[in-house]
Each structure stands twice: as C-alpha cells, then as structure tokens.
Design a protein around this ligand. Structure first.
Ligand code: TRP
Length: 448
C-alpha cells in the first residue's frame, strides 16, 4: 500500500462544490428525465423524493463518516477501520461498479460533445421534431463517430486524473457550475411558455400511483444512488480529504438538496417540451438529446444558449466522470507498483473497450441482449439498480453494527444539548431502517 501526502480541501465552500461536482452530472440532466419518463412521471418523482430523504441523506452521511475517519480510499478505508475482516470487499465492489458505470457514462459524455459541435456549426436549428429525432438515431447508431468522441472524453479524463484531482478542473467547475444552474433556470422559465406546459407539468408533478410498478420503485432507489454518487466509495474517497471541522450532516443535506433541485429543474425543462412537440416521454436514453434542440429553437438566440448549455453539461459530466475514474485509479495506484499516470491510462483504455460495446448497442450490436436488455441498458441496470444499492446496504450495516459508536459520534460533531438523541436515532436508522428499506425494495421487485 503506497502512502502519499494526502491533501485537504482548503475551504468549506470547496468541500461543498467538489462534492456537488461529483454528484451533479448526467445523472441529473440526462438520466433523471428519461427514467421519470419511462416510469410514469409524478408517482415516480414521489418515490424518488422519499428515497432521497430516507436513504440518500443517511447514506451520504455514512460514507462521509467512513471516509473522513479513515482518511483513505474506498478499499483501504475498510482495511483501516476493520482490519483482518472482509469488509473491504465493499470497496472492491465499488471499484468494479465505477468501472462498469464509466463504460456507458463516457459514451453519453461523448454525445454531449457531438451536440456541442453541432450547435457550434449551427446545425441545431431549423429542423423539425422528427428530423432532430432522426439526427440522434443516425449519430448514436453510427459505427465509429460516437466512439471517436468517447476516446476523446476518456483522454481528457485521463489527462486530469493523471495530474491529480485538485488542479484546474476543480477550480473551473467551481465557477462554471453556478453558471450552469442559472442557464437551467432560464430554460425552465422558457418552458413555462410552451403550448403544452401544463400537460408536461401535470405528467411530472401529479402522481398517478397506478403507474407505479415494482421495477419503478427499484429504479427510483437506483437513481438516488446513481445521482448522489452513492454506494461505491466515491464519497468515501472525497470525504477523506475533508478537514475535521467540516459538519458532515450539513454538507450532506446541502449536496442532496442541490442535486435534487438540478434534477427536478431539468425535468421541468424537458416535459413541457416533450408534450408541446408531440413526443413520447418513454424514449429512454435518447430522450433529452431529441427534446432539447427543440427547446433551444424556441428561445431567442437559441444557438448561443445551446452552445453554452452543452459546453457546461460537458463540464458537469466530466467532473462526475473524473470522480469515477479517480476511484478506480486510486485503488490501482495505491495497491500496485504502477504509477498514477499508468494506472489512470490503463483504466481509460479498458473503459474504451467496454464503451465500444455500450455504444454499438445503439447500432450494430442492438440485437445482442442480456436478460432482454441491450448491453448499454444492462450495464446501467446492473450498476445503478443492483451494485450501488447492495453497496449502500453493506455500508449501512457497517456503520450501524460494526463501527464503534464513539467514532460515529465524533464524526457527526453535533453541538446541541440533545445531540445524543440524534446520534442514537442515526445509528438506529443505519442498523435497521436503511438496510430494511433496501432489502424490502429488492424483495418487492422480485416478488411484487
Ligand atoms: N452522480 C453522477 C451523476 O449524477 C455520476 C457519478 C459520479 C456516480 N460518481 C459516481 C454514480 C459514483 C455512482 C457512483 O451524473
């Protein structure tokens, strides 16, 4: 095990923005609207909010406790806190999950670059809804164009990760993320003026519980883990750079609220447009790419908005991709004789190989399925809906049952006369409530 000089995030706002940087990404702008669309709208949103509050916030705090106390990466943190046990397998499963997620995430980040280029060339205007749809299908099913973008994306990610995380990209994203948020707000206001705005908002906010299936409950839980970067040690790694005076519950609540807000605003942008342009909400991964060009077209100086939007979405996605890349790289680097640069390169190269399969599942390999899902969908389902919640289950058991209560209490650092009640309540949640919820959702999916 290599030990290096471990840095710290310098300021409290730096801690918040770095964590928001990993959480806010394609999960909010691309994945959230399409899973809402596929799972019937309002009812799904309701379950999602419940999952955020009941599993998300406690889960984020749990990873923070493990990370800050151990000051180590996803695998070594468990080796430090629970030596000579098997708990560090949680870390291995996280490393695997990180790798598999990157395999399709990098493909989608590539799509954002293609759209950025199209916007710059002025091709994202003057087309009909059908033409925008065809444009995406032709691009995504192309045998090598999306692959070129994916390789470029992994190269950029490798460049940043091999230099260590804290350099330019983090500073840049601190400035750019708030701008991105403002653009989303402008697009949201614009969407209220679309002809079928009320239909879209009704779909999103009016729960129709009859549309809820057992699988959509699992999907809502999976989306919670995916969007918060939870269940694979990513937040353990990040919080290992937190200073001792950072208030973990407060940062957790802030990250979860910002993440949820970005997701909901994205959905408010998408659904009025879906209904206004006569599209179907259940289109899956292509949804936002087919809808957004129509939205920009409705806005004054639409092309400029489009360019800004895709550039910033790319950066938001890149900070998330980097966090995944970093978890796998840090593990390899600190546990083998490879240098940081070599580890990061090896990860990028392997991701590109996996990404070829994920990308071609929109074209040549579309008939190749695993349990009825394309390779792309199977990777997504297996990671978000299975590996991450299972990781979250065991982290919760670890913090609830195994970790010394005094460690939990010191890390929570609550200064309040009734603090012991909160700590007791939290440990109770991690012991029984959180694992039981995750378990129940799995049972419900299998037998429901
Ligand atoms: N949360 C990111 C998003 O919403 C994706 C992501 C980054 C992630 N790191 C992760 C997902 C770790 C799961 C685990 O786009």
């Amino acid at each position: 095990m290599k030990t290096e000089n471990r840095g710290n995030f310098a300021s409290k706002i730096g801690v918040l923005l770095a964590t928001v940087g990993t959480a806010v990404g394609l999960g909010n702008v691309w994945r959230f609207p399409y899973v809402v669309g596929e799972n019937g709208g309002g009812a799904f949103l309701l379950v999602y909010v419940l999952a955020l509050l009941l599993l998300g916030i406690p889960g984020v705090i749990a990873e923070f406790i493990v990370g800050r106390h151990s000051q180590a990466n996803a695998v070594d943190s468990f080796k430090k806190l629970a030596p000579k046990t098997k708990w560090h397998w949680i870390g291995y499963s996280g490393v695997l999950a990180g790798f598999l997620i990157m395999g399709y995430y990098a493909v989608v980040v590539g799509w954002t670059l293609e759209y950025l280029m199209q916007a710059c060339m002025g091709s994202l205007s003057g087309l009909t809804t059908e033409q925008y749809g065809q444009m995406f299908d032709q691009f995504a099913s192309h045998p090598y164009l999306p692959l070129i973008w994916m390789v470029i994306v992994m190269f950029v990610s490798h460049f940043v990760v091999s230099k260590g995380v804290s350099g330019g990209i983090e500073k840049a994203s601190n400035i750019l993320m708030p701008i991105f948020f403002l653009i989303l707000l402008v697009m949201m206001v614009n969407s209220f003026f679309l002809p079928a705005a009320s239909e879209g908002l009704t779909f999103l906010f009016k729960p129709d519980l009859s549309k809820l299936t057992p699988v959509s409950v699992l999907t809502a839980m999976g989306q919670t883990f995916f969007s918060l970067s939870l269940g694979m040690g990513c937040l353990i790694t990040y919080s290992s750079y937190f200073k001792k005076d950072v208030k973990l519950p407060k940062i957790a609540a802030q990250v979860v609220s910002i993440d949820a807000m970005v997701a909901v605003i994205s959905a408010v942008v998408i659904f009025p447009a879906v209904f206004s342009f006569g599209m179907q909400p259940e289109q899956g991964p292509s949804l936002v790419f087919k809808v957004l060009p129509n939205v920009f077209q409705q806005m004054p100086v639409g092309i400029l908005w489009a360019i800004l939007f895709y550039a910033l979405l790319f950066i938001a996605a890149l900070t998330s991709l980097i966090s995944l890349h970093e978890v796998v790289t840090a593990y390899l680097y600190e546990n083998t004789s490879m240098s940081r640069k070599k580890s990061s390169f090896l990860v990028a190269a392997l991701v590109c190989v996996l990404g070829v399969f994920a990308s071609l599942s929109f074209g040549k390999l579309s008939s190749l399925t695993i349990f009825g899902k394309t390779i792309f969908d199977a990777l997504d389902f297996f990671t978000a809906s299975i590996l991450l919640p299972v990781g979250g289950f065991f982290i919760s058991i670890f913090v609830g049952w195994f970790l010394d209560k005094r460690i939990v209490a010191t890390e929570l650092r609550i200064k309040h006369p009734k603090a012991h009640l909160f700590i007791k309540g939290y440990i109770y949640m991690m012991r029984f409530f959180v694992p039981a919820c995750i378990f129940a959702v799995f049972l419900f999916t299998v037998f429901g």
